[in-house]
Design a protein around this ligand. Structure first.
Ligand code: GLN
Length: 186
């Protein structure tokens, strides 16, 4: 299995480390030609969603990535990656998102909460995080809520978290993504 990691900006190296720890190969997507490599899935990391979106457009990657996701390429978006998949940008996931949802005071925090199908005690690091205000389609399944706000969801082969599982020492969220790929390609 080989996972493409969007490496334009933000927290991509930590995702790669976690996947390597799980014995999975990765490659970085920094320019258009990188996208031609065979891949079983894509990770869109945290960072700054507006910047990532702008660079994707500049590189000519925005539309090809959108098409591949629409055609079933498994994708995992964390934080800014969640925003990228929402109707604000790529629009492949039916979620209404609020950016920087926790305001300045609570800009960054850590908690532990259950994630449906993954575990009861998943560590969650939030950094100027968004949350999902509502899911806009019955195909989109809510996986986790913190303080009444949706912080993880899945729609077909698309998985998103408002928090950063790559920053905690717990690989279960990434394992769930890999399992999702394996099940759907079986
Ligand atoms: N606040 C960032 C944005 O709106 C997301 C923060 C993150 O990815 N940690 O794009």
């Amino acid at each position: 299995m080989k996972i493409a990691v969007l490496a334009l900006q933000g927290a991509f190296a930590e995702h790669e480390q976690m996947l390597h720890q799980l014995g999975v190969e990765t490659f970085e997507v920094r320019q258009f030609s990188d996208w031609q490599q065979p891949k079983d899935g894509l990770i869109i990391p945290g960072g700054e969603s507006t910047t990532q979106s702008k660079i994707l457009h500049e590189l000519g990657l925005f539309e090809v990535i959108r098409k591949d996701i629409q055609n079933g390429l498994p994708v995992f978006g964390t934080c800014a990656g969640l925003i990228l998949l929402s109707p604000m940008h790529l629009g492949t996931m039916d979620i209404e998102v609020r950016r920087n949802a926790y305001g300045r005071q609570l800009g960054s925090f850590h908690t532990v909460a259950p994630v449906s199908g993954i575990g009861e005690d998943i560590p969650m690091t939030f950094i100027r995080a968004p949350y999902i205000e509502q899911v806009l389609s019955a195909d989109c399944q809510i996986l986790a809520q913190v303080d009444g706000h949706i912080v993880a969801a899945q729609q077909g082969r698309q998985l998103v978290s408002a928090f950063h599982p790559e920053l905690d020492n717990d690989t279960r969220f990434h394992q769930h993504f890999l399992q999702m790929i394996r099940l759907q390609s079986a």
